[in-house]
Write a protein that binds this ligand. Structure first.
Ligand SMILES: Nc1ncnc2c1ncn2[C@@H]1O[C@H](COP(=O)(O)OP(=O)(O)O)[C@@H](O)[C@H]1O
Ligand SMILES: [Mg+2]
Length: 402
C-alpha cells in the first residue's frame, strides 16, 4: 500500500498546483509518485501541461511521475448504475412504493465515495510509493471523508443485516426469481460495504494516510482553518501540514508606491498567519509573477515549499485523538480522557454519554467516540474545554467496579 497524501482547501487556493508540485518533487527525488485528481473541476492536466486520462500514465520528461484524472460519473455508472436498477426492481417487487424505492436507491455522495475507493485501489496497485490526491474544496472533502462511515451505517441499516428477513418477505409476496435477484443484489451491496470498510481503514490509518490543508492568508481564514482541523480530527484523520499559498513577496527596503503596496499587503497576510500560531508549523509559498504550469515551474514551487527536506513526511499538526491519563485502582481512582481537537472561543461543543460511547458534537458535527474499556466502567464527572481540545473527567462506577 502506498502512502496517501490528500490535498484539500477552498476553491482556487492552489490545491491542484501544490499537489502536482509535491508529486513532481517526490519523483525528482527518486520516489515514484502518482498524482490523481478527484475534483470534478479538472485542472490537474492544465497544471502539469499534459493531457490526462482515467488511467495513470507517466508524464513526459518527468521519470517516475504518473498522473491521472478520476472520472466519478463513469465510476458511478459502472458500479452503481446496474445495482441501483436492480435494487429498485427488488424493492418494487417487495411491495415498496415506486417513489420510496426511488428515494432508497439515491445514495448520498456516491460519486465522491467511488472516487476515493478508486484512489484506494490505485494506492494498492501501482509501482508508486506515494499517491498524492488533488481533492475537491474543503467542505465537500470533509463530507466525503466522513462518507465511508455514514455510508456503511446506511447500508447496514437498510440491507445486509436484514438480508434474511427481506429474503423471507420476498419469497412470500413477490413472484419467482425475486429471491435470486435479491441474493445477487445483497451480494453486490456486501461487496460495496467491504470496499467502504477498506476505504475507512485507509483514511483512519495515520501512518499511511494524511491530509495537507492549503489556504491563502486572507481575512477570516484563521477561524475557518481551525474548524476544518477540528472536523478532520473528529474523524480521526491526521493533518500533517498546513500550507499558506500566495504570500506576496516582501519588498525589503525598497521605496515607492509599488513597494508600499506590497509591504501593506504582506503585513496583512502575516497578521493572518500570526492568528494561526498554535496549530503547528505552517509552510509558505510565494505568489509567483506567473502561474506555475508544467513540471519545471512546479519543481520551483516545491523547492520553496519543502526546501531541502523530504516532501513526504510532515510534522504532525494534529495529535492523536484520544489519550487517557490518571491513576489508582480503587473506587477513589480518577481518570481523564483527553480528546485533542483544535477549538476556538466560539466553538459550540456538546458532550453526552451514550452507553459505551461519548457523543461529541462540535459546531453541529456529531461523532461517537468509543470509550476505552477502563472508562466504560466509570461515571463522567465533568468536562473542560480549551483551545487544544476537551478533557473529560471520570471516576469508577461503584456498581461496575471491582
Ligand atoms: N503560488 C502561486 N503563484 C502564482 N499563481 C498560483 C500559485 N498557486 C496557484 N496559482 C494559480 O492560481 C490558480 C488556481 O490554482 P489551483 O492550483 O488550480 O487551485 P485549486 O486547485 O485550489 O482550485 C491557477 O491558475 C494556478 O496556476
Ligand atoms: Mg483544483
Amino acid at each position: 500500500m502506498s502512502r496517501v497524501l490528500l490535498f484539500t482547501g477552498k476553491g482556487g487556493v492552489g490545491k491542484t498546483t501544490l499537489s502536482a508540485a509535491t508529486a513532481a518533487s517526490l519523483a525528482a527525488h527518486g520516489r515514484k509518485a502518482l498524482v490523481v485528481s478527484t475534483d470534478p473541476a479538472h485542472s490537474l492536466g492544465d497544471a502539469l501541461d499534459v493531457r490526462l486520462g482515467a488511467e495513470p500514465s507517466e508524464v513526459d520528461g518527468a521519470a517516475g511521475l504518473f498522473a491521472c484524472q478520476i472520472d466519478p460519473r463513469g465510476l458511478v455508472d459502472e458500479a452503481w448504475g446496474d445495482l441501483r436498477g436492480h435494487l429498485r426492481t427488488v424493492l418494487a417487487g417487495a411491495g415498496v412504493d415506486e417513489l420510496d424505492a426511488e428515494e432508497l436507491t439515491v445514495l448520498p455522495g456516491v460519486e465522491e465515495l467511488l472516487a476515493l475507493a478508486e484512489v484506494r485501489r490505485l494506492a494498492a496497485s501501482g509501482p508508486w510509493e506515494v499517491v498524492v490526491v488533488d481533492c475537491g474544496p474543503t467542505a465537500e472533502t470533509l463530507r466525503l471523508l466522513s462518507l465511508p462511515e455514514a455510508f456503511a451505517g446506511y447500508l447496514e441499516r437498510l440491507f445486509p443485516t436484514h438480508r434474511r428477513v427481506v429474503r423471507g418477505l420476498l419469497a412470500g409476496v413477490a413472484g419467482t426469481g425475486s429471491v435470486e435477484k435479491w441474493d445477487a443484489t445483497a451480494d453486490a451491496l456486501s461487496r460495496l460495504a467491504e470496499r467502504l470498510d477498506a476505504l475507512r481503514s485507509m483514511l483512519a490509518d495515520s501512518s499511511s494516510c494524511s491530509v495537507r490543508l492549503v489556504l491563502t492568508p486572507e481575512r477570516v481564514v484563521a477561524a475557518e482553518t481551525r474548524r476544518t482541523l477540528t472536523a478532520l480530527a473528529l474523524q480521526g484523520i491526521r493533518v500533517d501540514s498546513v500550507i499558506a499559498n500566495r504570500l506576496v513577496p516582501s519588498p525589503g527596503a525598497a521605496r515607492g508606491a509599488a513597494a508600499s503596496w506590497l509591504r501593506t499587503r504582506r503585513q496583512e497576510q502575516d497578521a493572518v498567519l500570526a492568528e494561526l500560531t498554535g496549530i503547528g508549523e505552517i509552510r509558505t509559498v510565494d505568489h509567483r509573477a506567473s502561474e506555475p504550469v508544467g513540471v519545471p515551474a512546479l519543481l520551483e514551487v516545491a523547492e520553496q515549499l519543502y526546501g531541502d527536506s523530504d516532501p513526504l513526511p510532515g510534522a504532525a499538526v494534529s495529535e492523536s485523538l484520544l489519550e487517557v491519563s490518571g491513576s489508582g485502582r480503587g473506587l477513589d481512582a480518577r481518570y481523564s480522557l483527553r480528546i485533542a481537537l483544535p477549538l476556538s472561543d466560539d466553538t459550540e461543543l456538546d458532550l453526552a454519554r451514550v452507553s459505551d460511547d461519548l457523543a461529541l458534537t462540535v459546531d453541529g458535527r456529531r461523532r461517537l467516540v468509543a470509550l476505552p474499556s477502563l472508562l466504560r466502567r466509570c461515571i463522567v464527572t465533568g468536562a473542560e474545554m480549551d483551545s487544544g481540545g476537551v478533557t473529560v473527567g471520570f471516576r469508577p462506577d461503584p456498581s461496575l467496579w471491582r
